[in-house]
Write a protein that binds this ligand. Sequence first.
Ligand code: SF4
Length: 184
Amino acid sequence: MNCSKTEKAGGLTARSRQGIRETLSRLHNDIEARLRVIRDSHNDWLCRMGCDTCCRQLADMPRFSAEEWKLLQDGLATLSQEQLQKIEENIAASTGQPGTNFVCPLLDRSAGACMVYSFRPVVCRTYGFYVRRGKGVYCNKIESCVDEGFLAGVIWGNHDAIDQRLNSLGETRELSDWFAERKK
Ligand code: SF4
């Protein structure tokens, strides 16, 4: 029986999975292009290797779609058993503490770097470079620069448009929920 068009996994047809994959890939490319423009015009942009402020001040556990989780798992596959164990411990320590400033479980705290940087979700890619409903999606360091007028020429990315595109990727779950699924 040829069921290639109707075969489902996780409730999605192969065709719609492909569409979601392409949407995410285009999103990444568009975000990267926006970041490049901003960085090219500001060589000393604050968001760079060595600054992990935003990863240390999360309001909530990172939340993202299944396709982003799939990509993130590719990143997890590059980590050692010790690193994975550490992530699990970090998740356990931060679960159940919503609304508090907690450190992202995927941050290598001693190196001050994301353990899965190339595989990180969209929410992390846009942070520091976008504006949502007129409000900056960035940390208080950038906010200070904005307030002091140092970044007047920046053409910020439009996070409302990103949100719309993210919606088309389907339901989102918290990192801790995706991680728990991984163990089943
Ligand atoms: S996934 Fe990586 S970039 Fe995103 S908050 Fe966590 S450590 Fe930071």
